[in-house]
Design a protein around this ligand. Structure first.
Ligand SMILES: C[S@@+](CC[C@H](N)C(=O)[O-])C[C@H]1O[C@@H](n2cnc3c(N)ncnc32)[C@H](O)[C@@H]1O
Length: 274
């Protein structure tokens, strides 16, 4: 007897605060036979899975020899094999699966393998980390355009596919994966004509108990981040909207008891390492 058809749900886990998982994402997790999860997906969410669900860590750890990364081909093969075995598979990814999450690549592999799938979007760190730092990425007076940019290419070594001159003209620039190249990125934006006094911020582990924010200007943010010892994962925001944080910061204040209660679950989440 052939197995009943399996199915893959590419689910966005949200940026860290477990309460930012969507209702649909939660339902998929609760019924899954197999969950393949990333390093940036909050492991607290795995408590929602069935006790007999198979949980597979498929995170990428950069150069950490103690935790070698799982190659993308192996992840694709796992999803396809489990679905072909008739399993309900959840591929749980940090933030949104289609925002720098390789969700598009995985979905294409599923299509090519004839495996039915769906995408359950998630709250991306690109908007949530700024929001928890009190920075709206648009604002009627200050910003009518936003660009979300991958910062892991070196703008100074000719290896970058970005037009930094064009990006310098976008009102709000949100840079993911940019902590290792912040000097080069800010230099490229300055060379592209962005004013040195443009406000800038870096938000590390946004929406979690570990959230930490460093602010400065386009000219100073790289040095401020180095001085503070802020490392990945962090989201960098450049634009006039960053100045609103002075009035709008709400999550990382020594805060009002009512706010503390409202965000309590997120704050209790703790560090997100597996
Ligand atoms: C491979 S990308 C994945 C982005 C994810 N798909 C999303 O939509 O948020 C990883 C980068 O997202 C950013 N990031 C993810 N979680 C974050 C968080 N909680 N706070 C700040 N930045 C975060 C960092 O720039 C990190 O290097």
């Amino acid at each position: 007897m052939p197995n009943p058809p399996g199915f893959v749900s590419l689910v966005g886990a949200g940026p860290g605060d477990p309460e930012l998982l969507t209702v649909k994402g939660l339902r998929r997790l609760q019924r899954a036979d197999v969950v393949a999860y990333d390093r940036l997906a909050n492991p607290v969410l795995l408590k929602e899975c069935r006790l007999d669900a198979e949980l597979v860590f498929v995170g990428k750890h950069g150069d950490n020899p103690l935790h070698p990364s799982v190659p993308q081909e192996a992840i694709n093969a796992l999803l396809i094999a489990k679905a072909r075995a008739g399993k309900q598979v959840v591929r749980l990814k940090g933030g949104d699966p289609f925002v720098f999450g390789r969700g598009g690549e995985e979905a294409l592999e599923l299509v090519r393998a004839g495996v039915p799938f769906e995408v359950v979007p998630g709250v991306s760190s690109a908007v949530a980390a700024p929001a928890y730092a009190g920075i709206p990425v648009t604002h009627r007076r200050l910003s009518a355009s936003v660009a979300i940019v991958a910062g892991h290419e070196d703008p100074l070594k000719g290896g970058s596919s970005h037009d930094w001159g064009a990006l310098a003209r976008v009102d709000t620039l949100v840079v993911l994966m940019g902590m290792g190249r912040l000097e080069a990125i800010t230099a490229a934006l300055l060379a592209g004509g962005r004013a040195p006094h443009t406000p800038a911020a870096a938000v590390r582990w946004g929406t979690t108990a570990e959230q930490r924010t460093v602010t400065g200007t386009l000219a100073t943010i790289a040095a401020e981040v180095r001085r503070a010892g802020l490392t990945a994962p962090a989201t960098v925001i450049v634009g006039e909207v960053v100045q609103l944080r002075d009035e709008l910061r709400w999550f990382d204040l020594p805060f009002h008891p009512e706010v503390a209660e409202a965000v309590g679950a997120g704050r209790a989440a703790g560090p997100l390492t597996p």
